[in-house]
Write a protein that binds this ligand. Structure first.
Ligand code: FES
Ligand code: FE2
Length: 428
């Protein structure tokens, strides 16, 4: 990786990564990549919603055919929200005066106009695809690239769990947190005074890969933990299993800005559970969804504003890990102030992604070629402490041709919070 950028200038450059509205440098760059924008299960046929992605509003709807469509938020006639209208087949009719738009954005009816001028008006329409339980959209200009696929999550002997959440701070804080193992011993340790050495700076490494950054930690006994960051906003890691019935678990995350102060983490976990094991796991996950009554986002605010303490939290009623990360990341501010930072060896992962982003964003803005990021099967995560080996392409556990079942395990309270965040109006 080029070492020409000083750490001080990386702090300044990092501030360019955080603004992702239309026309902003990072917003234009991120829009060159397919992004998950919604969960398939949350959008029934015949329903339209207004969503906000990267400080831009859209209408997302599912036609009667079952196909999802993404178009502008407002009607070009007199600007009301198109999500309040009617879905007719795969077309969308405005609630106010009934103008009707086809899924490609063309206007096809203007009921009050004897001399209709449909050909003079249209709305923008964006490519969408459903994949692994998410609705992905391409919000950039020009022809959409192929949607990147992740075959490990498509066909294997197990199931895929959806466990996304929203967080009330800039997306880049969460992205940096992923390549920061030194936080684990404090943020996620009940006894914060004990640092067991996972994330000790000199044992960390971060190297550029064909997909982004390979981030590793080598224990004194030579055991390695390896996590993969994918440009511009994806992460692939081996998590320690969260259930005694499964020996390993792999997760993939996309951090998608809603605006500059809020983001979604779209999360997938693949777990090797089938048959009776899957049934038991499914039962426990369903029970846990209902048990969580407190939104971690609300409790984090209470902690940060002095009304509650992390020490008194009832772990049964809240997702503790998410709450802990909320407190650390939202605690940095809605947009972390990076000018006053003092980075050390333990921040090697943060420095690595800032370097890549700086280089790529710089090239993109100058119209120079940017790197074509690609993940092949060799770019995968690993960790110690697993029982059995994660299924790998061409190896054991990938034999099935049946698509892995995708199951929603988001707590009910989480779904309510994240839909509110996704549907909210852009702050003006
Ligand atoms: S505002 Fe949509 S038809 Fe008038
Ligand atoms: Fe964390």
């Amino acid at each position: 990786m080029a070492e020409t950028t000083s750490i001080a200038s990386l702090s300044n450059r990092a501030m360019e990564f955080v603004r992702t509205g239309p026309g902003m440098p990072a917003g234009r760059y991120l829009r060159q990549f397919w992004q998950p924008v919604y969960h398939s299960v949350d959008l029934a046929a015949g329903r339209a919603v207004k969503i906000r992605i990267m400080s831009q509003d859209f209408t997302l709807y599912r036609g009667q055919s079952g196909q999802p469509h993404l178009v502008d938020a407002r009607c070009p006639h007199r600007g009301t929200q198109l999500s309040s209208g009617w879905i007719e087949g795969d077309d969308l009719r405005c609630f106010y005066h009934g103008w009707k738009f086809a899924a490609d954005g063309s206007c096809i009816e203007q009921p009050a106009e004897e001399n209709a001028f449909c050909s003079k008006v249209s709305i923008a329409s964006y490519p969408v695809r459903e994949y692994l339980g998410f609705i992905f959209a391409f919000l950039g200009t020009g022809k959409a690239p192929e949607l990147p696929r992740h075959p490990e999550f498509e066909h294997f002997d197990g199931m895929v769990e959806i466990d996304s959440y929203s967080r009330d701070c800039n997306y880049f804080q969460n992205l940096e947190n992923a390549l920061d193992m030194s936080h684990i011993g404090f943020v996620h340790a009940d006894n914060a005074a004990v640092f067991k050495g996972v994330g000790l700076g000199r044992l960390l490494d971060a190297e550029e890969s064909n997909w982004g950054v390979t981030y590793g930690f080598t224990r004194a006994d030579g055991q390695r933990r390896v996590q993969q960051f994918g440009m511009p906003n994806i992460f692939y890691l081996t998590a320690l299993p969260t259930d005694a019935d499964v020996g390993w678990q792999e997760s993939m995350f996309w951090w998608v800005p809603l605006d500059d102060h809020r983001h979604m983490q779209f999360s997938l976990h693949r777990v090797p559970a089938q048959g009776k094991v899957a049934e038991r796991l499914h039962g426990r996950r369903q029970a846990r969804r209902g048990e969580i009554e407190v939104a971690h986002q609300d409790l984090a605010r209470d902690v940060l504003e002095g009304r509650a303490s992390l020490r008194d939290v009832d772990k049964k009623k809240v997702d503790l890990v998410r709450l802990q990360d909320d407190v650390a990341q939202v605690g940095q501010g809605l947009i972390a102030e990076r000018d006053g930072e003092h980075l050390g060896r333990g921040d090697i992962g943060v420095i690595a992604i800032r370097r890549l982003w700086t280089r790529e964003l710089g090239a993109f803005l100058k119209g120079r070629p940017t790197k074509k990021w690609q993940r092949d099967a060799a770019i995968g995560p690993r960790a110690w402490g697993l029982a059995g080996n994660p299924a790998r392409i061409g190896g054991q556990g990938m034999g099935t041709t049946k698509a892995a079942e995708v199951i929603d395990v988001r707590p009910h309270v989480e779904i309510a919070v994240q839909l509110k965040a996704l549907h909210a109006a852009v702050d003006k």
